[in-house]
Write a protein that binds this ligand. Structure first.
Ligand SMILES: [Zn+2]
Length: 85
């Protein structure tokens, strides 16, 4: 098994991250809460963190697949809500 599996969070999940749950957000204000509609997760070099790619809530939901994710930030894995069965 990989050293850190990506958390299972469904595409389209609305993630509400507190200011200390993320960093390195492109075009975002550090230390503030952020809402991301999840499009994709990718592995980060840092243990316990994951790259979150997604859209702001102002994006039109039916078209989330039609343009590249406009938000990208490094989030604490523990802050993501896995869709556990
Ligand atoms: Zn978008």
């Amino acid at each position: 098994m990989a050293r850190s599996a990506l958390p299972r969070v469904a595409v389209g999940t609305v993630l509400r991250l507190r200011g200390d749950d993320w960093r390195s957000g492109r075009g975002l204000t550090p230390g503030t809460g952020v809402v991301v509609v999840l499009a994709n997760l990718t592995r980060a070099d840092k243990e316990g963190w994951v790259w979150v790619h997604g859209h702001g809530p102002q994006c039109s939901y039916p078209h989330v697949e039609s343009h590249p994710p406009c938000l990208e930030l490094l989030a604490r894995v523990a802050a993501l809500r896995p869709d556990a069965p």
